[in-house]
Ligand binder design. Structure first.
Ligand code: GLU
Length: 294
């Protein structure tokens, strides 16, 4: 059984970059007779835009997407994250860390995504501060996986990332923990998402191993970037997608995904477009580049 998902963060309305991820995960799930679920990743309340979650769901409906179970909201699942957190705590795998950004910057090496935490609080907090984060201990073991689009990937968490945060100093659970718990509890089998999350995948595989969860299959599609190479986002004012342009935009997303849709489908109804897209869908036609400029 194939269970895929689309997991938008409600930091703004859907833009072309998020549509591409939705179209790809939807077509791949449906072409495999699978289920497609939607999860609202609204854990980071300070970054949320009021009304964006509803707006995203309305836009998905207007574009003809149909999900196979109720939408799940991360903001309502704190107890699940807490349970996983306590499981790791009981095993002695996490520790409180009170280091400030500056303290870390003063002694850390660069990794692949910023500084590698040097482990200063591993054996007890250096400074006793009431506001502190919680980090998970990583090991020297290489984490490898085969991405269905980007190919073989491997990371040494201790060298490339360092002990990473599972619970932030403001008390919020980190994306890396929430996503792993949610994917397991929703019985997701396949992850298809933007290549900006390729570097996060080994951290997620590592947490799945620690928590005894099943392995997942991964496929990371090229990221949609603007002329300056930046990911489309609310911050760089990516245009929200409008339902009046749905056929054209789904067509454009299929072109971006290498599916060569016939021009005629722009004049078709949404259900005809989806039928074409799912029947003709081929994951192997997607470019293997990490990003494509539009
Ligand atoms: N919520 C994340 C985002 O919008 C996606 C997370 C995921 O697909 O794992 O970038």
């Amino acid at each position: 059984m194939y269970v895929g998902r689309f997991a938008p963060s409600p930091t703004g309305p859907l833009h072309f970059g998020s549509l591409v991820a939705a179209v790809a995960s939807y077509c791949e799930a449906k072409a495999n007779q699978g289920q497609w679920l939607v999860r609202m990743e609204d854990l980071d309340k300070p970054r949320e835009m009021i009304g964006a979650a509803d707006d995203i769901l309305h836009t998905l409906v207007a574009f003809g997407f149909q999900w196979d179970d109720e939408v799940v909201y991360q903001s309502q699942r704190t107890s699940l994250y807490q349970e996983a957190f306590e499981q790791l705590q009981r095993k002695g795998l996490i520790y409180p860390c009170s280091c400030s950004r500056k303290e870390i910057a003063d002694s850390a090496n660069n990794g692949i995504e910023g500084l590698v935490y040097p482990g200063a609080c591993r054996n007890g907090m250096l400074q006793l501060r009431s506001q502190h984060a919680w980090r998970v201990k990583v090991t020297d073991e290489m984490i490898s996986f085969n991405d269905a689009i980007q190919g073989h990937q491997s990371q040494l968490l201790s060298r490339d990332i360092g002990d990473f945060v599972l619970k932030r100093a403001d008390g919020l659970f980190a994306y890396q923990l929430a996503v792993v718990v949610d994917d397991a509890s929703q019985h997701i089998t396949h992850i298809l998402r933007g290549a900006d999350l390729l570097n996060s995948t080994p951290r997620q595989i590592y947490l799945q191993q620690l928590l005894g969860f099943n392995k997942l299959d991964y496929a990371h599609i090229p990221l949609v970037v603007n002329e300056s190479g930046d990911k489309l986002s609310k911050q760089n004012l990516a245009q929200p997608i409008k339902k009046e342009h749905a056929p054209q935009l789904i067509f454009d997303a299929l072109v971006f995904l290498g599916q060569n849709p016939p021009l005629s489908i722009k004049q078709s109804t949404l259900s005809e477009i989806w039928e074409w897209a799912i029947t003709n869908w081929q994951l192997s036609k997607i470019s293997h580049k990490p990003s494509i400029n539009i």
